[in-house]
Design a protein around this ligand. Structure first.
Ligand code: TYM
Length: 331
């Protein structure tokens, strides 16, 4: 790897990738990849905090990795791999568990939300999930972590753990910074614009899958919940319209203010149609590449095998340093 700064990020292979994942994370990964050494993982270890069907998970893991490449991530220049292929993630996670406090983990809002949703399966993995995420990031001496705003709290915990560890053992981990986009930090559900667009939403009309066909995208935006005021403006209380304006701005690359000006005096129907068109055009090239890539299993296999080898090499270096600092005997 060259001496450019390092990016690490990942997506859990659960449900299907949504427009939220795309605008909050994937699109920025693609934009940043030339200026950084990038490591992008399909974080399959994280996904089993919720019960998964093995056959479906295996397929989904492949689909997600293929989507990374279809979005335009160069899998040869960057490292693209499955988290479970590099055992250092689980190893460092255990060690960091011993440096994370229960009081900190108790405060994680994602843990509170997920344990409310899965009250019958509040497993220890769900609780220590943010520590595994910290291990993901710290293993690679990461400089920048491009994520949506829902991951900000986890990222802050990661920094706190790293600072604590460094405070005891010296300069072991790089302290990472977050990269959170302005317009697309939190794309909301189309059916309930007060909650996050989520890939595990049982109501498929709440999210756009990045593989949805144009008619489905149009239909979902047409049904998007707005308000009865009839005025296209960006302000508190107009969650549905704010969300549509955010999506439009993130896709077109213009500011929300410019989008508001563009739609001045027009109706909600026009806004929904134009947002749908913009999203369809944004996703089209990715969907075409995805269709091609799924036919090329050997290439995908080569990317993730090589990716795990390179990631494993980097991760082992950090883990070795951690082991020495802790006082473990050299292997
Ligand atoms: P996950 O799989 O829930 O989401 C993947 C990425 O998509 C972003 N995102 C959104 N952004 C905007 N609006 C939304 N509605 C939306 N929904 C999701 C997330 O912020 C994230 O960037 N814990 C992580 C995965 C992870 C990770 C890591 C990320 C594991 N290890 C290390 C970065 C670095 C998660 O559950 O993301």
């Amino acid at each position: 790897m060259s001496d450019k700064p390092i990016i690490f990020s990942g997506i859990q292979p659960t449900g299907c990738s949504t427009l939220g994942n795309y605008l909050g994370a994937l699109k920025n990964w693609v934009d940043l990849q030339n200026d950084y050494n990038c490591i992008f993982s399909v974080v399959d270890l994280h996904s089993i905090t919720v019960r998964q069907d093995a056959t479906a998970l295996r397929k989904r893991c492949m689909d997600f990795l293929t989507q990374y490449l279809a979005c335009g991530i160069d899998g040869e220049e960057n490292i693209v791999f499955f988290q479970s292929h590099v055992s250092a993630h689980a190893e460092l996670s255990w060690i960091l568990n011993c440096f994370a406090y229960m009081g900190e983990l108790n405060r994680m809002t994602q843990f509170k939300d997920k344990s409310a949703k899965h009250a019958d399966n509040i497993n220890a993995g769900l609780y220590t999930y943010p520590v595994l995420m910290a291990a993901d990031i710290l293993l690679y001496q990461t400089d920048l972590v491009p994520v949506g705003i829902d991951q900000k709290q986890h990222l802050e915990l990661c920094r706190d753990i790293a600072i604590r560890f460094n405070g005891i053992y010296g300069d072991v981990f790089k302290i990472p910074e977050g990269y959170i986009p302005k317009e697309a930090a939190r794309i909301m559900s189309l059916q309930d614009p007060t909650s996050k667009m989520s890939k595990s939403d049982p109501n498929v009309n709440g999210f756009i899958s990045i593989l949805d066909d144009p008619d489905t995208i149009k239909r979902k935006f047409k049904r998007a919940v707005t308000d009865s005021e009839g005025e296209i403006a960006f302000r508190d209380g107009k969650d549905g319209i704010n969300n549509l304006l955010n999506i439009y701005s993130a896709v077109t690359g213009q500011s929300v203010e410019q989008s508001v000006n563009e739609f001045a005096g027009l109706g909600y129907g026009v806004l929904k149609e134009r947002v749908a068109e913009a999203v369809i055009e944004e996703l089209r090239p990715m969907q075409e590449r995805y269709a091609d890539l799924t036919k090329n299993k050997d290439y995908i296999n080569k990317i993730y095998t090589e990716g795990a080898k390179r990631a494993g090499y980097m991760a082992a270096k950090t883990l070795r340093k951690v082991h020495r600092k802790l006082g473990y005997v050299d292997r």
